[in-house]
Design a protein around this ligand. Structure first.
Ligand SMILES: Nc1ncnc2c1ncn2[C@@H]1O[C@H](COP(=O)(O)OP(=O)(O)OP(=O)(O)O)[C@@H](O)[C@H]1O
Ligand SMILES: [Mg+2]
Length: 506
């Protein structure tokens, strides 16, 4: 047993090394490369989002500059128009809702338009006038001014009387959003949502609703709308990021299944090797048993033979008894050898059967006759019930005889105090049933299925003192199946057992 368990322990260790270790390595590598892949997919995704945002910023600024150009050109022509400055500028403002407020200063900082200064704009224009340098007046040009939430555009223009004037205007954000941002961004095809955020991160404009959307990144505007930013949002639900995550989950799931299969395979292999080891153990027990069983009758035969040979036994009756013992033991020996040889033949697939219609009764009688001595000497009550009209049954008489011998042998061997055996044959439907029943030790329920396995013997205590090789019933089952029949057992521990051989009647 130690050898077998040694082998088992070594095999388990090898299985662990050969399967578990590579599986663990593959798991770690798989995990690492998945993380890498996830990270690079994320990077690519962000890069694309950044490109998209930069493109949108460029487009918006370009459109804004074009709009500025148009507005300033029109403002210049309004300044050149004959008549009242205020009327001309009022008309200009009415025509351009994009401009929320317009202010005109002369070089000394005097307000030329409108007549009154709005309090809300005081801050931005105070800083505007402070920032407007001498150079700016000289060079002319344009610049953006920011103060608080306000964004204003300042430009030096030629005034009505030929002197330079400073024009400054603030945007009407709603109109700007509709006329410029929306119009520009709408032409950009993107799976993401583009939005413009003001200095306080409030969305001024977004292509779609931002509810539940995730901000991926934001980039600042450059020359115009300097305090604002353009942000890229991931719409809720289906997103490449989610798809990647799903893919990772899928991979991990598939890998988990793979690992489970490997684990199941390992367990199965381990079980198989354990069975193999058990079988090896049973085989060596078998060899030891057979050798022992051969030795006993041989030494009996030899002892009685030698005694007779010496001529010391003068009593004729005594001599006859010795001859009978020798004959009986030889018969047992041949039965044993026949069983082992047959078993070997069956194992090697070399056992053949000659199945012909045969009378059942003589087969039973012959089988019982071989046990005449043990039955009589141990005081067995034998009851044989074979109806006289039992038809002939297709069978190999010798093989069926051997099967019955094994059943009778067991019935004798596994009987205790109550020694009675009933052998019965009857027709049941399309089958013939031949049964051997005893009132012996019986077989526990959970072992009844296994006793027909080769080398299997019921738990040691039950079989203690009763020698056997555990091949008898395996042989019986094989013979039954070769006849397209079957063997069945009914048994209760302490009450007895009944083995029934079912054979097709035709
Ligand atoms: N009539 C019976 N009553 C109780 N137990 C039985 C009976 N027949 C078989 N068994 C149990 O089934 C086991 C298997 O029987 P089987 O005939 O195959 O082997 P064996 O009798 O031990 O050895 P062998 O027949 O090869 O000499 C036996 O060891 C015994 O425990
Ligand atoms: Mg037996």
């Amino acid at each position: 047993m130690t050898r077998a368990s040694d082998i088992r322990a070594r095999l388990s260790l090898m299985a662990l090394l050969a399967i578990a270790v590579p599986a663990a390595i593959v798991a770690v590598l798989g995990w690492v490369s998945l993380r890498h892949w996830q990270a690079s997919a994320e990077l690519l995704f962000r890069e694309q989002a950044r490109d998209m945002a930069a493109m949108a910023v460029d487009k918006i600024e370009m459109t804004l500059r074009e709009t500025e150009n148009d507005l300033i050109a029109e403002l210049e022509s309004a300044l050149e128009a004959p008549g009242s400055l205020a009327t001309a500028l009022d008309a200009f403002l009415a025509a351009h809702p994009l401009i929320r407020r317009l202010y005109l200063f002369d070089r000394r900082g005097e307000l030329l338009y409108p007549a009154t200064r709005d309090g809300a704009d005081a801050a931005i224009f105070a800083s505007l006038l402070a920032e407007v340098s001498q150079g700016f007046w000289e060079r002319g040009g344009r610049r953006e001014l920011t103060g608080g939430d306000q964004i204003a555009l300042a430009a030096i223009l030629r005034g009505p009387d030929g002197h330079a004037v400073l024009a400054a205007f603030t945007w009407n954000v709603e109109v700007l959003s509709e006329a410029i941002l929306s119009r520009t961004v709408r032409t950009l095809e993107a799976p993401t949502i583009l939005a413009v955020l003001d200095a306080r991160d409030r969305p001024i404009f977004s292509k779609e609703s931002l509810d539940g959307a995730d901000r991926i990144l934001s980039v600042p505007f450059r020359e115009r709308l300097a305090t604002w930013r353009l942000a890229v949002y991931q719409p809720p639900g289906d997103s490449p990021r989610l798809a990647v995550r799903r893919q990772v989950m899928l991979f991990m799931g598939a890998f988990g299944v793979l690992l489970a299969v490997i684990a199941a395979g390992t367990v199965l292999t381990w079980r198989l090797t354990r069975r193999e080891a058990e079988m090896a153990q049973l085989k060596s027990d078998f060899v030891a048993n057979v050798s022992h069983d051969l030795k006993t009758p041989l030494s009996v035969i030899r002892m009685f033979g030698e005694t007779l040979e010496m001529g010391r036994v003068t009593d004729e009756a005594r001599r006859q008894e010795y001859y009978a013992v020798i004959a009986r033991e030889s018969e047992r020996l041949s039965r044993l050898i026949e069983n082992v040889l047959d078993f070997a033949r069956i194992e090697g697939g070399r056992r053949t059967y000659a199945i012909v219609p045969t009378a059942v009764e003589p087969v039973i009688r012959d089988a019982l006759a071989a046990f005449g001595h043990p039955l009589a000497s141990q005081g067995f009550k034998l009851d044989v019930r074979v109806p006289p009209d039992l038809p002939e049954v297709p069978m190999d008489g010798e093989a069926i005889g051997q099967a019955l011998s094994n059943l009778i042998d067991n019935a004798i061997k596994y009987s205790a105090e109550r020694k009675s055996i009933v052998v019965e044959a009857r027709v049941a439907g399309l089958e013939v049933a031949i049964s051997v029943a005893d009132s012996g030790v019986g077989i526990p329920r959970d072992e009844q299925g296994r006793i027909f396995e080769k080398f299997y013997r019921v738990g040691r205590s039950e079989t203690q003192g009763r020698r056997g090789r555990g091949v008898g019933l395996a042989l019986v089952r094989h013979i039954a199946e070769a006849h397209r029949g079957r063997i069945a057992v009914e048994s209760a521990p302490g009450e007895g057992s009944r083995f029934t051989l079912w054979l097709p009647a035709r």
